[in-house]
Ligand binder design. Sequence first.
Ligand code: ADP
Ligand code: MG
Length: 300
Amino acid sequence: MAKAVKVAPKPKTIKQIAIYGKGGIGKSTTTSNLSAALSDMGYKVMQFGCDPKADSTNTLRDGTYIPTILELLKEKGKVDAKEAIYEGYNGIYCVEAGGPSPGVGCAGRGIITAVQLLKQQRIFEELELDYVIYDVLGDVVCGGFAVPIREGIAQHVFTVTSSDFMAVYAANNLFKGIQKYSNSGGALLGGVIANSVSNGYQKSIVDDFVARTNTQVLQYVPRSITVTQSELSGKTTIEAAPDSEQANIYRTLAKRVEAHELSVTPSPLNAQELRSWATSWSDQILSIERGEVRSAGAQI
Ligand code: ADP
Ligand code: MG
């Protein structure tokens, strides 16, 4: 009879993802729907809000705010990480790093402190998480905000952008940060989530930007009233309108994140290249408006 071979259980690998982007671009909305969809797929998910606004996890918790790690530290001096973890939709673990009062101190400090606290106490392993998703403000270029990239905490970075120049500008800055740390074990870029991209010329602008910077669009997410309705009811679209087209889009995003393995070092545009790129689009849009050319923009 064959001898039974005892196989040691494989240690669970945690997929750690950071979502960056300009303030107000839709990071928390996208991240919360992604977390909710991954959780519905059976994964154990933690959503880690790293924006000093500390509202990342609101729609996972019926629109309520949770105490941040920085607040708890200020109040108690010492914090057991579990005190800072709150349960959200479908058992998602919700954490908010928090930040200093506006105008005081370094906003990135909250992220450094919060990540250290959870890592020191080995919380991710203890909770046997499959995904940790960091929701990080991307238009503040400061060391603290780069922590999830710099320290190799996250393996994959995704950026949320629309076709607006300032959003693209913030994404390009993020690419510079990723490139800088790419040789020292930093996180690499998984791709772009094109949010509020609803018509042909907006899509063309984002497509052109990703082509020039050596990345890809992971998912196009249209602007949708269902998102507004869900947010007003304090919920993600996955929870509030699971049968909607928008919920399907977030579920597709989750499947693409699940399948995603290979991230790359992006090739950001330098200031001059970005300027010329913007000017060329300004000219194209003008021509489209005047009806001189028919391009993707004609679908508007
Ligand atoms: P961020 O976290 O990047 O600061 P939020 O996720 O809080 O941005 O989004 C800002 C606002 O935009 C919210 O009111 C949100 O409901 C809205 N929003 C984001 N994405 C969409 C979308 N695809 N359709 C409609 N509204 C959206
Ligand atoms: Mg946010």
